[in-house]
Design a protein. Structure first.
Length: 634
């Protein structure tokens, strides 16, 4: 048995913060290479911020991986969840989008909750469980915040929960969390193992954030009130060991999930997964833990490791992972984890068959029409014709003079006006490349054929064609660019009459001028060569003083205006902080009288305390409003 097939299975969650856009780790790495860095077998990504029309090959057709998306229904480039599964290790048997079951599979009008029982994942929240929320199920599942996969071993729920932005989102946030809590509990009650992971946007306890004391002080609340806020109360009632103040809510009398990462590091402080990039708080580890890997409590012993990967950059979040053991216990029997991660791909940890397209589920992004059954690039342009028969081996010449294959004897004869079937000719119906090749062939044919011209064709040529053979036609002068255009007369088209071109070229042309100083002399107010360069071979006349008054000459005024432009565009010298380092300039975005004002602060990152520190390696207390700084310009 190969070493690759002897290890366990690793599940990683990561809020990649628009991982499909420009990110530092995307400069020279493919998704497959990034997954190898994560050393993961299942990757759950949040905040993908992608639309269906923006999906590309490198996002969907990742070699060795399958992917399932949940995209927002209305808000473009917002939210989004994706789950990638390594084909060599696992293959889900069911896949759904959304928490409530109200959404429908691709190419179907039947919601997931109304499918036949053998096609459902189950555990859908009941009407009574959602009665406290004024929003309907379709609204709760409209933002692309959940993908659910079922393997023979467990049900995987990947979520991106709403953040606590402002009061206008409170109803949606609590409604979504209530639906998530109900779905998890219903699945556990149905006897299924549940793995819940993702960016929950909830700080569980004081140990999970660096600024708990500051929040308590600013909000004027106690520690008990802090853990009892609505979102934290829902999460803590779901988790074993969660802090719950007072009586538990109805239907949440018992905790059903384990916080896997915290269970492996129960007293670890600073185990944060998210940092404020605006404050540059990551180097000093001034952050919060809001990304979780959770499992139902009946299979907690299946896991051998769980931790954060704080060193992996590219987002304001870091990945969190959990590793399943190679051998797990089911009904007092040792079973290889890979035996229960697909239908028959492994037995006793030994591969029985390879993953195939038959393992794809309707939710798989590989079945999206743009990516379905895609082959190599040559197949995009050509389709292999069927083997020719004796009757179809003859050839005929079409009306356009091109050689065509005749149809087989079994095909009905085609008339001149009857449309032919592209399949019969070996071409793809919807292949844009085929039409391009055809157009290119027609263009080549038209080039080789003699072109018949009528008598009026020469008359329709523009007037510039008459000047094509003129040997004395030179490049227009630089002064001609700045000179105001003369008014048109006699109804002639502007700049098109041969007479107008002759006059302009004779008066201000500089054809075949040797030194560039000739241009400077022609554009200066006092020509050094009497208005014409000695190196010019074509006729030219100098401009009189009256003409030069109406010309704007930026070359002459360049030196005189250089100083004034430097004062406007020059980079301002920044003040220096207490570390004697140049400060950085930021802009206030907090609503209030100072919104929009720029200021200078210390360039160093925020320290672990989250406060400005003096005489330390972290950010000092230097703060200067930009309007108060009178430093000299550069």
């Amino acid at each position: 048995m190969e070493e690759e097939e002897r290890r366990g299975l690793r599940i990683t969650t990561w809020n990649g913060k628009n991982p499909f856009g420009y990110q530092p780790w995307r400069q020279e790495r493919t998704f497959a290479a990034m997954f190898d860095i994560l050393e993961a077998d299942i990757v759950v990504m949040q905040e993908t911020k992608i639309q269906r029309k923006d999906l590309r090959d490198d996002m969907v057709l990742v070699p060795g991986w399958d992917v399932y998306f949940s995209l927002p229904k209305h808000k473009k480039g917002y939210s989004g969840v994706a789950i990638y599964t390594r084909n060599a290790v696992c293959a889900p048997i069911r896949a759904e989008e959304g928490i409530t079951g109200i959404l429908t599979p691709p190419n179907s009008s039947t919601s997931f909750s109304n499918l036949p029982k053998d096609q459902q994942i189950g555990g859908y929240p009941s009407t009574s469980q959602l009665s406290d929320c004024a929003l309907d199920a379709a609204t709760l599942d409209s933002e692309g915040r959940c993908v659910i996969l079922e393997f023979p071993a467990f049900v995987l729920i990947g979520v991106y929960c709403p953040a606590n932005r402002d009061e206008t989102r409170d109803e949606f946030r609590i409604g979504f969390l209530n639906a998530l809590d109900a779905r998890v509990r219903n699945l556990v009650s149905a006897g299924k193992r549940v793995f819940l992971t993702g960016d929950l946007n909830i700080v569980r306890e004081e140990i999970d954030t660096a600024n708990a004391e500051e929040q308590l002080r600013k909000q004027g609340i106690t520690a008990e009130e802090y853990v009892s806020t609505p979102a934290r109360r829902i999460l803590n009632q779901l988790l074993v060991g969660g802090k719950v103040v007072g009586e538990r809510d109805e239907g949440r009398e018992e905790p059903v999930m384990w916080d896997i990462c915290r269970s492996f590091h129960p007293d670890r402080k600073g185990m944060f997964t998210c940092w404020d990039q605006k404050l540059n708080a990551r180097p000093g580890n001034f952050g919060s833990r809001i990304d979780y890997v959770l499992c139902s409590k009946d299979w907690k012993d299946w896991f051998c490791e769980s931790n954060i990967q704080e060193g992996l950059m590219g987002s304001d979040h870091c990945p969190v992972y959990a590793v399943l053991k190679e051998q797990v216990e089911i009904d007092a029997k040792e079973v290889h984890i890979r035996d229960i991660m697909s239908n028959g791909m492994f037995k006793g940890g030994v591969r029985q068959r390879e993953w195939s397209t038959k393992d794809l589920l309707p939710m798989s992004a590989k079945l999206i029409p743009e990516f379905d059954r895609r082959r190599n690039i040559r197949d995009m342009f050509f389709k292999k014709p069927s083997l020719p028969t004796r009757e179809s081996s003859s050839k005929s010449v079409g009306e356009d003079g091109q050689e065509e294959k005749s149809l087989g004897s079994g095909d009905p004869p085609q008339t001149k006006n009857a449309p032919s079937k592209p399949e019969a000719a070996g071409l793809s119906i919807a292949s844009p490349a085929a039409s391009i090749v055809k157009r290119q062939g027609e263009a080549l044919t038209s080039i080789t054929r003699p072109v018949k011209r009528n008598k009026s064709s020469s008359a329709s040529k523009p007037a510039t064609a008459a000047l094509k053979g003129r040997p004395d036609r030179g490049q227009s002068s630089l002064i001609g660019f700045f000179k105001p255009k003369a008014s048109q007369s006699n109804g002639e088209e502007e700049g098109r009459s041969p007479a107008g071109l002759d006059a302009e070229s004779d008066s201000a042309s500089f054809a075949a001028c040797d030194p560039p100083t000739s241009v400077l002399s022609a554009t200066s107010s006092t020509p050094s060569h009497g208005g014409q360069s000695p190196g010019c071979t074509s006729q030219s006349s100098s401009l009189d003083a009256a003409e030069q008054k109406g010309i704007i000459d930026p070359i002459v005024s360049k030196e005189s205006s250089k100083e004034s432009w430097s004062k406007i565009l020059g980079k301002r010298i920044a003040p220096r902080c207490e570390h004697d380092e140049p400060c950085i300039s930021l802009v206030t975005k907090k609503p209030g009288v100072n919104c929009g004002r720029s200021f200078y602060i210390c360039p160093r990152p925020l320290g672990p305390s989250g406060q400005k520190e003096k005489n330390t390696q972290w950010r000092c207390g230097t703060f200067i409003w930009s309007s108060d700084w009178v430093g000299d310009g550069g």
